[in-house]
Design a protein around this ligand. Sequence first.
Ligand code: DON
Length: 304
Amino acid sequence: MNLNDAIQECWSKIDEGQVATYIPALAKVDPYQLGVYLFDVTNDKKAEAGASQVRFAIESVSKVITLLYAIERLGLSAVEEQVGTRQTGFPFDTILNMEITKETHPLNAFVNSGAILISSLIEEQDGLSPFDQILEFSRKICNDPDITLNEEIYQSELRTGDMNRSLAYYLKAKEVLTNDVTLSLDTYFKQCSMMVTCQSLANLGAVLANDGIAPWNNERIISSEAATYTKSVMMTTGLYNESGTYSVKIGVPTKSGVGGGLVSAAPNHYGIGIFSPALDHAGNSVAGLALLELISKKLKLDIF
Ligand code: DON
């Protein structure tokens, strides 16, 4: 398929969305951008088009990386004791996720409460702070040594992060989050502020698609178990309360971020990274999802 034509076809969808405004540094991003990078793990072929090398804030896509890192450090059962794998009918940052359902632990690792709890599980090691470890692991699993923290985004997250603070203190009050709350939140705000490209996310998707093995050097980065668990959770909750809609429309495990990024893993086939910053009401990239749907149809990637 011609990726440039695909981008043209989806371009007008940008007008149906809006860049995230609740984080001021994201509100300044030019909405008129759409990029894609495809990594075919069956033959090591890559293809890219549009804004595929533009750096943007990873935001919630970082939840995939931190989840994988926590599973590698602590084991899957320790992580499963902390967060469930259930869907939410509510937005990603609402406290209702736990209050209404009377859950003690967050529904899943991708709602903000679950992601903050997962970040809190990473302890300092060998003099490296939790965030330093996440950054190092991100560079490895994305095969991108140029991933860095964007100070402006981080400051913006800090300034407007009261809902996340309330979620973290709620978890602390319920004695679910037992490590240092301030440090846990700082780790979370920093991980959201890492700058990536479509290529970095396609590489991450390729490791997941390839059962945990980096297709660029055949090194196992994560266990097969971690890859399978994470793809399942991406499929059921990766696009928040719209996950069911896109399970039917696209059928490929995908995680979004309010920076406009999408990572997809088509098992045994493709890692896909997409970027387009205009979002729908749920916080998912509008043109990005339209492009992913088109690619999934053309390349027959729907796992169902
Ligand atoms: O915590 C937040 O609200 C943001 N730093 C990240 C949220 C996000 O990306 C949700 N994704 N669609």
